[in-house]
Design a protein around this ligand. Structure first.
Ligand code: NAD
Length: 222
């Protein structure tokens, strides 16, 4: 059987952070269907059951073009991770609006700000085609205009939204200062037929209905 290294020749190389999550697991599978080589990173954080996350990974794990790193972006060697990579999809995050208050804010800062900043620092040294950051409609808070246009001022009303807004600014700062080809995707609330964390073993409906509602902050020219 051909080794993964030999099979990598000519394929796009993709990193998906948060690959065991709800959206990241579907995205990793979609990339694999394109014939791309995918490295997924996930720390299996306890926000909801790691068992659900492991189940989310099963399809990707059955594909020889998938490499899984169960690791934390706050401690992983990111320079090594990003060598020979074409696109980074950064989806790893601490989600959830209501839980983001009070002492749990530290968790949000670690996952949504510090991990992103570490990744951006490593990415500026790598020769990426794209760095795609998953933001959230929460950056708009109580949007006064629907549909909300992408030039609407960011005005989050939760600590979670505030960390995502800072993430958008950081992505732009690294484009502005280092030419990093960052693109921010604005995810709206997904619609799934079952509560997000209660679908055993996994919501199989695919990303079609819940995925990305809008693309904003196209910081690179392409
Ligand atoms: N699902 C939605 O409705 C929605 C809406 C708006 C924005 N988003 C954004 O889209 C992205 C994906 O959302 P989701 O619903 O799939 O979330 P999710 O919680 O299912 O997945 C996020 C994954 O990131 C991992 N993670 C967190 N911190 C990490 C770290 N330091 N290192 C490695 N892995 C880490 C978690 O273990 C988890 O598996 C997130 O950035 C989220 O903020 C989602």
């Amino acid at each position: 059987m051909q080794s993964r290294t030999a099979a990598l020749n000519g394929r796009k190389r993709i990193i998906v952070t948060g690959c065991a999550g709800f959206i990241g697991s579907h995205l990793a599978e979609a990339c694999l269907r394109q014939g791309w080589a995918v490295t997924g990173v996930d720390a299996l954080t306890p926000y909801y059951s790691p068992e659900i996350k492991r189940a989310n990974l099963q399809n990707a794990l059955s594909n020889p073009m998938f490499r899984y790193l169960e690791d934390d972006l706050l401690s992983l060697d990111l320079a090594d991770l990003l060598s020979d990579v074409d696109i980074v999809f950064h989806l790893a995050a601490q989600a959830g609006v209501r839980a983001s208050w009070a002492s749990s804010f530290d968790v949000y800062v670690d996952a949504n700000v510090r991990a992103l900043q570490r990744l951006l620092e490593a990415a500026k040294e790598a020769e990426l085609d794209r760095f795609v950051f998953a933001s959230s409609s929460s950056v708009y808070g109580d949007a006064e205009r629907l549909p909300t246009l992408e030039d609407t001022v960011l005005s989050p009303v939760s600590p979670y939204g505030a960390t995502k807004a800072l993430g958008e600014h950081l992505a732009r700062v690294y484009w502005r200062n280092y030419g990093l080809p960052t693109v921010t995707l604005l995810h709206g609330l997904r619609t799934a037929p079952a509560p997000r964390y209660g679908f055993p073993p996994r919501h199989r409906g695919g990303p079609g209905r819940h995925g990305v509602r809008a693309v904003r902050g196209r910081q690179s020219d392409a």
